[in-house]
Ligand binder design. Structure first.
Ligand code: SF4
Ligand code: SF4
Length: 392
């Protein structure tokens, strides 16, 4: 396994983190009741990951049974807390509620403290204000940290880049959990700023929200050949030493193999032999060029610069057109349609109005450096995705 220092937490974390939100039956209430089947799965996966050197586990109060499951797993496997880094997350509540929820999380996890507690989803200005208000979320976490229940405080986000930068620059957080992958590089400035402030950088959902890479299109497979897209994406991320750990939603032991392959030396099959060469060697750089060429050749390619925003009817133009890029360039139809369907104007996690709601105000047109005919492009993209829906 390869380890990196998680910014100013000084925790030596494995570059892969076991994410705990995808257990069988993991979202069914009551959350404290864990079936034998779920427990068996969680024990097997956790043991395998730990045996292979993973030392960071990520859970959250909002992940259904997850904290309860890990509590039982730690006991059953006799895992010593000192050998493990545990991150959990709390939703945005007032300081008192959040403090009592941390006590509950510790009870569920059956541990005395968590290494890191993240505020789960600072996704818009409303969330930001809740965190920093007089009796807001941060105050409750700071109290818990003062009492040693929590060692470090971080935040996760699905929000826009300007909000992420604004949150990082407060200097209140030791770790940021954010989206960044080959297929979505908009948040790179946030990684740079976090690095400048010596924060830990944790990449979330690289294989699912990074493009459902566990079931890639044939075209993406061909473009990444001889690497699997997951291996390419991992190496793309790990080339950057400002990225410290990557979340993996492993639900079967064998799912870890492809990730271990990402960090192995070229000339050995031993999982103990960690890569001692650049992650982006000639092979990976050539694949990256092929992928970029394909993207750039997309008719009406959107660079996702975001200059067209804001849209008065709240269409998330760059995100819709990013999904269109991926649909056309890499044939990532299922992923694009799924993400598009999840977008709702007031959903803080995947924000945006449906593209067919464009009212042709044309405000976005002069702001687009690519001179794209955005209104017609959006309407055509909506049709493209809706016609594909029958299949996905
Ligand atoms: S033309 Fe359509 S997409 Fe552009 S700003 Fe107006 S409503 Fe939004
Ligand atoms: S301004 Fe043009 S290129 Fe930039 S995100 Fe908007 S549509 Fe895409």
């Amino acid at each position: 396994m390869l380890y990196r220092t998680l910014g100013r937490t000084n925790l030596n974390t494995s570059v892969f983190t076991l994410g705990g939100m995808r257990w069988i039956d993991g979202w069914n209430e009551p959350y404290h009741e864990i079936s034998d089947e779920t427990l068996k799965q969680a024990c097997e996966v956790t043991k395998h990951c730990l045996d292979k050197g993973i030392n960071h586990i990520e859970t959250a109060r909002a992940y259904g049974k997850s904290e309860f499951i890990f509590g039982k797993v730690f006991n059953l496997l006799s895992i010593k807390k000192n050998n493990l880094i545990v991150t959990t997350k709390v939703r945005l509540k007032d300081s008192e509620t959040v403090y009592s929820q941390i006590l509950e999380s510790l009870e569920r996890l059956q541990i005395n403290y968590v290494n890191i507690v993240d505020i789960h989803g600072i996704n818009n200005d409303l969330d930001y204000n809740k965190v920093f208000s007089k009796d807001g979320t941060l105050k409750g976490l700071q109290k818990a940290r003062k009492e040693g229940l929590v060692k470090h405080i971080g935040f996760s986000t699905h929000g826009p880049l300007d909000l992420i930068l604004k949150t990082i620059i407060t200097g209140e957080f030791d770790v940021v959990n954010l989206h960044y992958y080959f297929t979505f590089q908009t948040n790179y400035p946030a990684i740079s700023l976090a690095n400048a402030l010596k924060m830990g950088v944790f990449i979330i959902s690289p294989n699912d929200k990074g493009g459902m890479l566990y079931k890639p299109s044939q075209k993406l497979l061909n473009l990444c050949n001889p690497l699997h897209p997951i291996v390419f994406n991992n190496r793309f991320l790990l080339e950057d030493h400002g990225i410290h750990t990557i979340s993996l939603g492993i639900t079967k032991t064998e799912m870890l193999n492809i990730h271990l392959e990402s960090i192995q030396n070229k000339n050995t099959n031993s999982s103990n032999s960690v890569r001692d060469e650049p992650f982006m060697g000639k092979l990976e750089r050539d694949i990256k060029l092929k992928l970029e060429k394909e993207l750039n050749n997309t008719p009406d390619y959107c660079t996702i610069c975001g200059f067209c925003l804001p849209c008065p009817v709240k269409i998330n133009i760059p995100e819709v057109l990013r999904l269109r890029n991926l649909f056309i360039a890499f044939d990532m139809k299922e992923f694009a349609v799924k993400r598009y369907n999840e977008m709702k104007p007031d959903d803080p996690w995947v924000t945006g109005e449906s593209a067919d709601k464009c009212v042709n105000c044309n405000e976005c047109l002069p702001r687009c450096p690519q001179r794209l005919t955005i209104p017609s492009l959006l309407k055509n993209t909506h049709k493209l995705f809706k016609n594909a829906i029958t299949k996905y």
